[in-house]
Write a protein that binds this ligand. Structure first.
Ligand code: CTP
Ligand code: MG
Length: 432
């Protein structure tokens, strides 16, 4: 695909929010859904629209570089999926992308995006990155409807619940006729001159762009939204997105074929058809000798002041067990095969190096990480005060939930005697 003529439509994707309600410890757009982020998923349908559009990506200040990597990867993925001339096609698509820093409110972020829209653009769509799974066809329909009617166009779904008015004291008033209600989504589409004028004159904050445009006196029309255009706001929404992607992956899974694996060619064909696999991994490191200057690294965190573990790498048994569990689930060997004990990259390396490379190797093999669960056996350090911090750090690196529990072993065995620390991990992976 070559992008000529220059597109006369643009999609502004606002992704500059902090995701407080999701509470994932990172800006929402950069939280992992599977092997990919909320942002990456939001770009795929836009890059796959029937008609090429400029794509203005509005991200938290300072994360422009990360956004660029996500956009390039998404462009390459869409190009590869459409089976066109790989590299050139991905580069052509990436040519359409502009990345700008967002503002303190969503409205400020849209305004920043609007300033980056190319002069020849006539129709502008504004879309929440958090509605990542919105299908391409919704974008195409919104653009066509704006062009056909000249009005602002917003997708929405009927309200299915009974809706009542309630006052501040909790007293319930009348029931609102739900036939008159619409649960509004994005992308919302506008004539470019209308959106420019409405934003130029905006004197208040509105909850969506259509409200701002309506307040400026322009007509707004509704069209059918899509159930998959829901907004990822809370952890439950993120889980819904994961489930949906899992179902999509299962539908597109390859039909059973002989397995080419370390288990030989005769492994049952059923294994090839599996859309989920589990793996287990474990690791043990001895405590460093008294007086060692090493720092303890455990579960992706440094533990200054605690007795360190011995090892060529950082000795982080939790991370190493996770790598083995993931590699074993994907039938990709083990940590020694991936990193090698004398690999200079591993000397002093921490979870970031191990987990990022493992995640990449799995993604290359077509696997996304479902979740990982780890148990640590250690007399020291006391793990529970930093459990949530460790889980957040490991989950961010893998883009999937990691849970870590710790146990002492009642004084029994080498962990009980305080000779070292052991960890066991299980992992679930799903076809990406
Ligand atoms: N958004 C933005 N700039 C802001 C605030 C929000 O670009 N200053 C974007 C978000 O990234 C998101 C969309 O607007 O894609 C909808 O906002 P919301 O779901 O509220 O996301 P957040 O503001 O990130 O989440 P929260 O309100 O829970 O912090
Ligand atoms: Mg918000």
């Amino acid at each position: 695909m070559s992008i000529t003529p220059v597109p006369d439509a643009a999609v502004i994707v606002v992704a500059a929010g902090s995701g407080l309600r999701l509470g994932a410890g990172a800006p929402k757009a950069f939280v992992g859904v599977d092997a990919h982020t909320v942002l990456w998923h939001s770009l795929i349908p836009i890059l796959g629209m029937r008609r090429a559009a400029q794509l203005v990506l509005v991200v938290p200040p300072g994360l422009e570089g990360e956004a660029r990597t996500e956009a390039m990867d998404a462009a390459a993925t869409v190009a590869a999926a459409e089976g066109a001339d790989g590299a050139t096609d991905a580069a052509d698509r990436f040519e359409l992308v502009r990345i700008v820093a967002g503002g303190a409110t969503r409205q400020d972020s849209v305004a920043a995006g609007l300033r980056a829209v190319w002069p020849q653009v006539r129709t502008v769509l504004v879309h929440d990155a958090a509605r990542s799974l919105t299908p391409s066809e919704v974008f195409d329909r919104v653009i066509e409807e704006v062009e056909r009617t000249g009005a602002a166009v917003i997708p929405g779904l009927p309200v299915v619940d009974t809706v009542k008015r309630v006052d501040a004291a909790g007293a319930v008033g009348d029931t609102v006729d739900r036939d008159e209600l619409l649960a509004v989504q994005t992308p919302q589409g506008f004539r470019r001159d209308v959106l420019d004028a409405a934003y130029a004159g905006a004197s208040a904050q509105y909850t969506d762009d259509a409200a701002l445009v309506a307040a400026a006196g322009y007509p707004v029309r509704a069209l059918d939204g899509h159930a998959h255009a829901f907004k990822i706001t809370t952890p439950a929404d993120l889980q819904r997105a994961r489930t949906l992607l899992g179902e999509r992956a299962a539908q597109h899974a390859p039909s059973p074929q002989p397995v080419r694996s370390a288990q030989g060619e005769h492994a049952p064909a059923l294994a090839a058809a599996l859309t989920m696999r589990v793996g287990i991994g474990s690791d043990v490191h001895a405590y460093a000798a008294a007086g060692s200057t090493r720092t303890l690294w455990l579960a992706g965190l440094p533990w200054p002041g605690e007795r360190a573990l011995e090892g060529h790498s950082d000795g982080d048994v939790v991370t190493h067990a996770i790598v083995d569990a993931l590699l074993s689930a994907a039938d990709l060997g083990d940590i020694g095969g991936l990193f090698g004990t004398d690999d200079p990259a591993v000397e002093g390396a921490h979870a970031e190096v191990f987990l990022t490379r493992t995640r990449r190797v799995l993604a290359d093999a077509g696997w996304a990480i479902g979740n990982v669960s780890v148990q640590v056996q250690a007399r020291a350090p006391r793990f529970s005060p930093r459990r949530l911090e460790a889980q957040a750090a490991l989950s961010a690196l893998l883009g999937a939930p990691v849970t870590v529990a710790a146990t002492t072993t009642d004084g029994l065995g080498f962990t009980g005697r305080g000779e070292g620390i052991a960890a066991t991990a299980t992992a679930l992976i799903v076809r990406a």
